[in-house]
Design a protein around this ligand. Structure first.
Ligand SMILES: *Cc1c(COP(=O)(O)O)cnc(C)c1O
Length: 388
């Protein structure tokens, strides 16, 4: 057999976390007590009221059959009610809401639905690696919009060259942002909608962290008047409800874009299990449940321990207003690969080097607030002993 991997796989950028992952595994195998602050996956279980609803839903034979790829009506109605309650935006659950198998699935399939080969996709640099890969899979041409601390980790739309704007079909955004924890305000979203209208670009905003916030509630791009003409926002139950393993989310916004996405899904998957959709519908209906809100207090406590501790060890870091990530500039101008390597070697602490998300992250590391607070304290204790 010759080369097995398709060209589209071969041109994907190398996975930069491989080396760190290997080091981590070796350390654990050697019996070292590694404190893992690298994982973007909630450490607490799914709230009990959701698990109980799932237990009941699994007994209903209607839930054992093929789902509709757009999602069951109850799930879509509750998603629309959630968007109304949370953002004050009214959407038609029939045409402007659609279930996805986790936001990753929707984000990854969208270019197949709306991008022709050779068309440009505007991809934030740095960002979640799926946007770039999905563009390549669809034969699109990624254009990296550089994010920088100076611009509050928002892309500079005026910096996108005119010929790129002409050929662009789709723009990815992600706020609140992984990995930088930046939040976009309505003013920025207004500029995005205006830009998209002028250049006939579809906007897909990844809202995975819209409900993980500590101060003011992050807005939705759909709050901007006319946003549904150009934008789709992808929401997920994963981070909000500790449901990463359940694989359920929804796309909200432009009906034509959603119909195109549904057409792709009809040929690839058949949607998420009706039982999971039933449990997720219940979760959305009770998004203000004490068990859900309690998670924010847990992340806040960890944040308020980790951030000052990292600052004391020479990292340049501010408290994130949203997401469960802490994004810190490395001490003494050191590169993120070196710092992540030394954190593991000298402190048995695992964090993600910012370079793994893109070149603008080269001097930063990302820590996730997904470990218990006593482990965070222990990590800081060990980090304080490193001589940078
Ligand atoms: C975790 C994460 C996702 C994936 O969410 P799923 O709904 O579990 O697929 C999407 N985008 C970002 C930025 C994430 O961090």
């Amino acid at each position: 057999m010759g080369e097995v991997r398709s060209q589209r796989l071969q041109v994907l950028p190398p996975y930069l976390f491989v080396e760190i992952d290997r080091k981590k595994r070796r350390a654990i195998e050697a019996g070292r007590d590694v404190i893992d602050l690298s994982i973007g996956d909630p450490d607490k279980p799914t709230p009990k009221f959701i698990r109980e609803h799932m237990a009941r839903a699994i007994e209903d034979p209607a839930n054992h059959r093929y789902p509709l790829e757009v999602g069951v009506p109850a799930f879509r109605q509750n998603a629309a009610a959630f968007v109304q309650h949370r953002f004050g935006v009214t959407l038609d659950p029939q045409t402007q809401i659609m279930a996805v198998i986790g936001s990753k699935e929707g984000l990854a399939h969208l270019p197949l639905a709306v991008v022709n080969p050779g068309q440009v996709v505007l991809v934030p640099d740095l960002g979640y690696t799926v946007y770039y890969a999905a563009t390549i899979f669809a034969g699109g041409e990624p254009y990296r919009m550089a994010l920088s601390e100076k611009n509050g980790w928002l892309p500079d739309l005026d910096a996108v060259p005119a010929d790129v704007c002409r050929r662009a079909r789709l723009m990815y955004l992600n706020y609140p942002n992984n990995p930088t924890a930046a939040v976009a305000d309505e003013h920025f979203y207004r500029r995005v909608v205006d830009f998209a209208r002028r250049h006939d670009i579809i906007v897909v905003q990844d809202a995975a962290y819209s409900e993980v916030y500590f101060e003011s509630r992050p807005p939705s791009i759909l709050e901007v008047p006319g946003a549904v003409d150009v934008a789709v926002e992808i929401h997920t139950l994963s981070k909000t409800f500790n449901m990463t393993g359940w694989r359920i989310g929804f796309a909200a916004g432009n009906a034509e874009v959603l119909a195109a996405l549904a057409a792709v899904k009809a040929n690839i998957d058949s949607g998420q299990s009706n039982a999971i959709q039933a449990a997720a519908a219940e979760a959305l209906a009770q998004a203000d449940h004490v068990e859900v809100k309690a998670m924010l207090d847990i992340y806040r406590e960890r944040r308020d321990v980790l951030v000052p501790g990292l600052a004391d060890s020479g990292f340049d870091v501010r408290k994130p207003q949203a997401t469960f990530y802490v994004w810190a500039r490395c001490p003494k101008g050191l590169a993120s690969m070196e710092v992540a390597g030394r954190l593991l070697d000298e402190a048995d602490v695992n964090m993600v080097p910012g370079i793994g998300f893109g070149e603008p992250g080269r001097d930063y590391i990302r820590a996730a607030l997904t470990a218990p607070v006593d482990r965070v304290r222990e990590a800081l204790h060990r980090i304080a002993r490193i001589k940078w």
